[in-house]
Design a protein around this ligand. Structure first.
Ligand SMILES: Nc1ncnc2c1ncn2[C@@H]1O[C@H](COP(=O)(O)OP(=O)(O)O)[C@@H](O)[C@H]1O
Ligand SMILES: [Mg+2]
Length: 327
């Protein structure tokens, strides 16, 4: 098959041209190389197209594409992740991964949480602020975590995100709103273990082995995944996580249900944390998980689940063709 791989040369620059994700450009280069190599090994022909405002015309210039494999999570703004998928859907060519509406839901953490609550999937009590002066809900149980409502890669999650009282909450919401120029989400702090779970498939998806992020405070680690901890890889990862059978099946069931509730297709990665009673809650869904070989979580957990990188990439293309959403 002829596969068009969409990439962005400068992943996640802010409006002033600074890298929001410090490793974005390098990660994209590695990912494009890895995906291209895997596709070519599987006998596919690959054409790479850079994501830009002329994306549709650039793809139309490609000779008979069978599948589109989008790797671009936006150029100057993470919200463009959905814009590009929206443009690509208009071509009626099978597309790897989820459709436009899923990305919109997944990019807005509070929207995701509303859908999860409706589906009976636990997620921490929260409040979204469009304005730092908004009254704070009085049933909030502190501490809370404050983070941008639509970002990824722990951008905007730092030591100041952990907030123990209303006054500090107001100040931190104000500060983060200035820095990240968008809605800010506060949600009750979940002090327990943290997991990320890859889900692979379409309407009957499979749940890949569960990965735990282990925060060892004694070894100087933070209690949660700050942007610095993520960039410096200071948190230990364990996959498969050590879990008793009951918790394992509960996490698997919640991951599958969350995937279906947001109508994900192909693949998604779902972040979880346990509350003080050991009950799992969904933090967020990553509707376009990174695919950097030997680095990103998704290929890593897929490998543990029996999909080496080449098989995973091949399978994602097969899932896109099977789905026939655009036929
Ligand atoms: N309610 C919460 N309780 C505890 N930790 C949290 C909470 N929300 C976020 N975090 C921490 O912040 C990290 C990033 O938050 P997340 O919602 O996954 O956003 P991102 O899109 O940046 O990955 C999580 O991996 C977790 O360690
Ligand atoms: Mg996350």
């Amino acid at each position: 098959m002829h596969v068009v791989v969409i990439y962005s040369k400068y992943e996640n620059l802010d409006e002033d041209g600074h890298h929001v994700n410090p490793h974005g450009a390098e990660q994209m280069r590695e990912t494009v190389l890895g995906v291209t190599e895997a596709l070519e090994k599987a006998g596919h022909t690959v054409t790479r197209v850079e994501a830009s405002v002329s994306l549709l015309e650039d793809i139309r210039a490609v000779d008979n594409p069978d599948v589109i494999f989008n790797l671009s999570a936006g150029i100057t703004n993470k919200r463009h992740q959905a814009n590009f998928v929206g443009m690509l859907e208009m071509l009626n060519i099978p597309l790897v991964g989820s459709g436009l509406s899923t990305h919109i839901m997944g990019l807005h953490k509070e929207v995701t949480k509303i859908i999860l609550r409706e589906a009976g999937i636990p997620t921490a009590r929260s409040q979204v602020f469009q304005d730092s002066g908004e009254p704070i809900r009085d049933d909030f149980v502190f501490p809370v975590i404050v983070k941008p409502e639509h970002e990824g890669s722990s951008v905007g999650v730092d030591e100041s995100s952990y907030v123990e009282d209303k006054e500090t909450l107001r100040r931190v919401v104000h500060d983060k709103m200035q820095t990240y120029k968008g809605a800010i989400l506060a949600e009750e702090y979940l002090p327990g273990r943290e997991f990320t779970i890859g889900v692979l498939g379409n309407q009957e998806p499979e749940v890949l082995p569960i990965k735990e992020y282990v925060f060892d405070e004694k070894a100087g680690s933070t209690r949660f995944l700050t942007v610095q901890a993520k960039a410096n890889d200071t948190v230990t990862q364990v996959c498969p996580a050590e879990l008793d059978d009951a918790l394992q099946s509960e996490l698997q069931d919640l991951a599958r249900r969350a995937f279906l509730a947001l109508r994900c297709r192909g693949f998604a990665r779902i972040d979880f944390r346990l509350d003080a009673n050991g009950r799992p809650h969904v933090l967020e869904l990553n509707t376009l998980p990174g695919l950097q070989p030997n680095y990103s979580d998704f290929p890593n957990v897929a490998q543990v689940g029996g999909y080496d990188y080449d098989r995973l990439i091949r399978h994602l293309v097969e899932l896109a063709v099977q789905e026939r959403r655009y036929a």
